[in-house]
Design a protein around this ligand. Structure first.
Ligand code: NIG
Ligand code: FE
Length: 380
């Protein structure tokens, strides 16, 4: 494969042994080959002059629900006029998703993945969860797999209105799981009042694990339930949302390898209190940031927006927020080849229209992502 030298980098954030370099250069093929001072000449087939701009790893968005049809703009408007978020709208999107053709669903995923790439995301996780029949969940995962290896079986999003609870739990751990497992890496459950309780979530995750899927959980989004402790009990890669945490939840996360994935787009779009990232970090937990992109609770595809919220509203430093949006997301997906720019990592990087990555939070809402390289290929 052809090599590319990116030189005159004003600030190069590697999240690897090299740390953050100034006046730096990087040589990549599909992987990172070399990192060092711009003053050291390096041979390469092509050269890109960054003209003093900041370069950082591509964002790792470890939580997104992209396989759906329709939108719920009216529900957002109602919330901004004072209505609470309950998750009940999942059923509205499920009806629209079931009625959509494969081409319509694929087109929507493609549109959102492109939107993400333009904003610097180079790894994305995609969940099912708006089909809620065996065929519609399997179809959602097949389509997700056309875009990413990070596919998540979320049949346990809510009990659909046309099925009784016991029948649906049987499907989730039986026929639907069998149909979905070949297309999924992960199994996820919305563990929440109104969705699935802790015992139900444990049963769904255990059944998925028995089929070789790895567990992750929607935990403690709306209430201080038992989702986070279940995540730790099962050794889940990640507990996602973590909005309402008890002291025991924080201790459990701090004492485990489970990442706390915070989704501030959801708090923004549901007008809810933000999770306390500072409390988690100070206790010793590891924090990731992701978009939760979905038509109900968080219709943003922008990791820079989540970074800005993480800094302004959740008391992360800019460096912590950028780490959480890159290497933090990689940890939440148990990936060692993305989220950093150490030699051997995927050549996934972002060139900003700014001299330092601090500008992502300092200049919120400004389209600072200038160029994006994914596995050594320019995608923006
Ligand atoms: O992560 N909380 C559960 N699932 C999604 C929202 C789904 C929806 O409202 O459509 C979430 O926020
Ligand atoms: Fe979610």
């Amino acid at each position: 494969m052809r090599s590319l030298l990116i030189t005159n980098i004003g600030e190069l954030t590697t999240h690897a042994g090299e740390g953050t370099l100034t006046d730096a250069a990087i040589v990549v093929t599909d992987r990172v080959q070399w990192i060092g001072p711009a003053a050291l000449p390096q041979p390469a087939d092509e050269v890109y002059d960054a003209q003093g701009a900041a370069v950082l790893p591509g964002f790792v968005d470890s939580h997104a629900h992209l396989v759906f049809a329709g939108d719920r703009a009216a529900e957002f408007a109602a919330r901004m006029a004072g209505q609470p978020y309950t998750g009940g709208g999942i059923r509205t999107t499920t009806a629209a998703t079931r009625a959509a053709t494969d081409e319509q669903l694929r087109g929507n995923v493609e549109r959102l993945v492109q939107e993400m790439r333009r904003q610097g995301t180079t790894t994305v996780e995609i969940k099912s969860g708006y089909g809620l029949t065996t065929d519609d969940e399997a179809r959602s995962l097949r389509l997700a797999g056309e875009f990413t290896p990070e596919t998540t079986y979320l049949g346990a999003h809510v009990v659909p209105p046309d099925t009784d609870r016991d029948t649906y739990l049987g499907l989730l751990t039986g026929e639907m799981l069998q149909a979905c497992a070949p297309h999924a890496k992960w199994v996820d459950v919305f563990c929440e009042r109104g969705a699935f309780d802790v015992d139900e979530a444990r049963a769904v995750l255990a059944a998925g694990m028995a089929e070789g899927l790895l567990p992750r959980i929607h935990a403690n989004q709306l209430t201080e339930g038992g989702g986070v402790r279940l995540a730790v009990e099962l050794g889940a890669a990640s507990a996602d949302h973590c909005t309402h945490l008890s002291a025991a939840d924080v201790d459990a996360l701090a004492g485990s390898a489970t990442i706390a994935t915070l989704l501030p787009g959801a708090e923004f779009s549901t007008r809810s209190p933000y999770p306390d990232a500072r409390r988690l970090l100070d206790a010793g937990a590891t924090v990731a940031l992701a978009t939760d992109c979905n038509p109900g609770s968080s219709y943003t595809s922008s990791m820079p927006f989540c970074i800005a919220l993480g800094v302004r509203e959740m008391h992360l430093t800019p460096a912590e927020a950028i780490w959480a949006a890159t290497l933090g997301g990689a940890h939440a997906l148990r990936r060692s080849d993305v989220g950093h720019l150490g030699v051997g990592a995927h050549a996934d990087l972002v060139i900003l229209d700014a001299p330092s990555s601090l500008h992502l939070a300092y200049r919120p809402g400004v389209p600072l992502v200038n160029k994006v390289l994914h596995k050594g290929v320019w995608v923006r």
